[in-house]
Design a protein. Structure first.
Length: 200
């Protein structure tokens, strides 16, 4: 981060993104084929879903609600807390697949030029505050609570087995390889290592 002019202070994991669907759980590449899904407007995410045969679309919350009501969408990529807050189950999204493909994190950072202008006591104070905020985010506990709430609302939570995840990864490999080349293998390896650390 420093070579890009940013000082990283702390990282808080926010949990994995899941796929909420109405027709069926997304437990295989075949199950994702043809599904019209609302996804994050990130090219890499869109490419992964395209590789799996889905029809990813990016749209606002209001547009998505109208699309769910009309049957123009089959599901969405989202955080469990968002699914609870938006009452996704009321739109017929009765399956939530935990497939471990994407996760969100909250990064606390400051521009290096600003950091360099601060005295050491301020740097210590700011870094300490960022680390405390990351600890208190407690996002993973909220995600677990959201999954429990979805279950109470009649939603079936599906967690992919290692062989199922491997099959999804294999189907998405062309997109993964393309983005690894675009981003750089070293950065991808570093990101994977960070995910491993955060997952422990």
């Amino acid at each position: 981060m420093e070579t890009s002019g940013v000082i990283g202070l702390a990282i808080a994991p926010l949990g994995e993104r899941v796929v909420a669907t109405a027709k069926r759980p997304v437990d295989s590449p075949e199950a994702s084929s043809g599904l019209r899904l609302r996804v994050m407007p990130l090219r890499s995410v869109i490419d992964i879903y395209l590789a799996l045969g889905a029809l990813p679309q990016s749209m606002s919350f209001a547009q998505a609600q109208a699309a769910f009501a009309s049957g123009a969408l089959d599901g969405q990529d989202s955080m469990p807390t968002t699914l609870v807050a938006t009452r996704a189950y009321a739109n017929g999204q009765k399956f939530v697949t935990r497939w471990g493909a994407f996760t969100d994190v909250m990064v606390f950072a400051v521009r290096k030029a600003v950091w360099d202008s601060w005295p050491e006591d301020r740097r210590v104070l700011v870094r300490s505050a960022a680390e405390q905020a990351a600890r208190e985010a407690n996002a993973l506990a909220r995600e677990d609570a959201a999954l429990a709430q979805l279950t109470k609302e009649g939603v079936t939570i599906v967690r992919l087995s290692p062989p199922q995840r491997a099959a999804m990864r294999e189907a998405a490999q062309p997109a993964i390889a393309a983005w690894t080349n675009a981003v750089g293998a070293d950065y991808v390896s570093a990101a994977r290592a960070a995910v491993e650390i955060l997952g422990k």
